[in-house]
Design a protein around this ligand. Structure first.
Ligand code: ZN
Ligand code: ZN
Ligand code: ZN
Ligand code: ZN
Ligand code: ZN
Length: 564
């Protein structure tokens, strides 16, 4: 089929469905989308409460548990041991499908009846405050964390240990603090796009470096200080004069680092590496990938956000670990041939499911733990299952529901609790006008601090152990926060001043430093004389840096001439 222009049902703007997209829709037998690419991602964001955590009593054992559902949400919420335990039966909530009602209407009813998992945190030890995570040990307030040990306040951290306040560690991060998009790094602080680096502080886009400070675009260098090469002795002497344990000094260094990124650093048009025939930003080891963001090790994928190890997928958000043939998924791992699912791990052939695990052949199910051939949590014989499933799909095509991800109207979380609040913020009025939901009682207290920010000692050595029992107030948002023992030990060991900002503001700062999940058309800004172009380079490209960002965005060839 040729490409087709449609009007988005949500934003009412025209959008294009490209010809190869139709092949995929045909292959998985879904009608083409009626929402544009951006709105489809917005709809998935509306389902992902990654980091707004509450305490609430388990509706089975009564014990207090950490959960993504505020106490006022109309669901039964079970703590993880209870949800996985044998004291309840998901099939006892089975329902017959009513062809006089819409699918989503009946699905919302089922969601209110079947117990929900407090949060998604599988096979972990002493990691109560982790969500969308698994296989962790002693990990705290971290999200999308897998195979980690002693990681705190991290987001998207894989196979790492002893790291704090980092976003995106692809693998083997150790003793990292405030790094963004790193891979195989050791003992670095405040770094962006670092690979195979150790003991680098305030460095941007450096590979294979050690002992460098406040520098950018370095390859295999040591002892570079403020982008100037020194001998080992000179470097160590210069570093000695920088009091890294002082909060005042660090605030100055942060400003200097921002200036370095904005004025001196060269930015490759997209931060991506080792890809074949792929378009998007922050792609690594991808082949035939289009219009995707933050994707590792993928093949034949399009419109994917924040995913890893997937094949033949479209329109997925946080999908991972050997998943294939998936469409419109949010928050899932190890899926094969699945469509329109939310929070589902380890499944095959499941469609329109929420929080289902270790199952196959499900349609319209909620919280199924290990099921086969079920529709609305009711078990069927294989042949009956296929007939009824096809009948429901026909019904959904008539109601206009088939082919659409779950509406935010029936999302079990409110928009201001979700990642949408960061990536595509909307006001309360805008959210309510769409019939979506807004949480009034988000977690957090104000004015309960027992120590004022101004009274915290400048250097970490002067911070006493009693601070473990104190409450602090964030200098940016004024919200209260406290610290854990592991955290204090980390600050002391790594010579980091006591934080004056709450974990969320720290996350927000890193979030703002990362490239956006969007592509803009732009021209290379290089005007170097020895590059073979006269005056400005004329190359154009799709870049993750918006034209409003007045920074040095270079095409591949100019970047390579300057950096390698
Ligand atoms: Zn739209
Ligand atoms: Zn319980
Ligand atoms: Zn704050
Ligand atoms: Zn150029
Ligand atoms: Zn050039």
């Amino acid at each position: 089929m040729n490409q087709e222009t449609k009007n988005c049902k949500n934003c009412k703007k025209d959008f294009t469905i490209e010809s190869e997209d139709f092949n995929f829709y045909e292959k998985i037998q879904v009608p083409p989308p009626t929402w544009c690419t951006k709105c489809r991602q917005l709809r998935r964001y509306a389902w992902r409460n990654e980091r707004t955590l509450y305490r609430r009593n388990c509706d089975l054992c009564g014990k207090s548990t950490v959960t993504i559902y505020s106490p006022n949400k109309p669901y039964k919420v079970y703590c993880n041991p209870c949800w996985w335990g044998d004291d309840w039966d998901f099939s006892s909530h089975g329902k017959d499908f009513d062809f006089f009602k819409t699918f989503f209407e009946q699905f919302a009813e089922l969601q209110r009846e079947v117990p929900r998992m407090a949060l998604l945190n599988k096979n972990s030890v002493n990691s109560e405050y982790t969500n969308h995570s698994g296989e962790n040990k002693n990990t705290y307030l971290s999200f999308s964390a897998f195979d980690d040990e002693n990681v705190m306040y991290g987001s998207f951290i894989f196979k790492s240990r002893d790291c704090m306040d980092c976003n995106r560690i692809q693998e083997k991060g150790e003793r990292l603090y405030e790094t963004i998009d790193s891979r195989k790094c050791y003992q670095c602080q405040y770094g962006i796009f670092l690979r195979d680096c150790s003991s680098c502080f305030y460095c941007y886009d450096c590979h294979g470096c050690n002992d460098c400070f406040m520098s950018s675009n370095l390859r295999n260098k040591s002892y570079v200080f403020r982008n100037k090469q020194y001998t080992r002795e000179e470097y160590l002497k210069k570093m000695k004069d920088i009091e890294l344990s002082s909060f005042i000094v660090r605030e100055g260094l942060n400003k200097e680092f921002t200036n370095l990124i904005e004025q001196d650093a060269i930015h490759r048009y997209v931060a991506s590496e080792r890809n074949i025939n792929s378009i998007g930003s922050l792609l690594y080891d991808c082949k035939n990938v289009a219009k995707s963001f933050e994707l590792y090790n993928a093949e034949n994928c399009k419109y994917i956000y924040g995913s890893t190890d997937i094949k033949d997928c479209m329109d997925c958000y946080h999908l991972g670990f050997n998943s294939e043939l998936c469409y419109e998924i949010q928050g899932a791992v190890r899926l094969s041939n699945c469509k329109f699912c939310h929070l589902c791990y380890d499944n095959m052939n499941i469609t329109y499911c929420d929080t289902c695990q270790n199952s196959q052949n499900l349609f319209g199910c909620v919280s199924v733990k290990k099921g086969d051939y079920m529709i609305f949590n009711k078990k069927y014989l294989k042949a009956d299952y296929e007939i009824l499933k096809d009948k429901i799909i026909e019904h959904m095509k008539k109601t206009g529901e088939y082919g659409e991800f779950f509406s935010p109207q029936i999302s079990p979380v409110c928009y201001n609790e979700t990642q949408g609040n960061f990536y595509m913020p909307m006001t309360k009025e805008e959210v309510l006008a769409k019939g979506w939901h807004w949480e009034e009682n988000v977690p957090g207290t104000f004015s309960k601090e027992t120590i004022l920010a101004g009274a915290i000692p400048d250097k970490i050595v002067d911070v006493p152990n009693t601070y473990l029992n104190e409450i602090f107030s964030c200098i940016d948002c004024l919200k209260n926060y406290n610290i854990t023992k592991n955290e204090l030990l980390f600050y002391r060991k790594e010579n980091i001043p006591f934080p004056r900002r709450c974990p969320n503001c720290r996350y927000k700062r890193r979030f703002d430093l990362r490239p956006k999940r969007e592509l803009w058309h732009r021209q290379c800004v290089c005007n170097k004389e020895n590059h073979g172009h006269e005056g400005n380079c004329q190359k154009e490209f799709e870049t993750c840096y918006s034209p409003d960002e007045v920074i040095k965005v270079y095409c591949e060839s100019c970047y390579n001439k300057e950096v390698y």
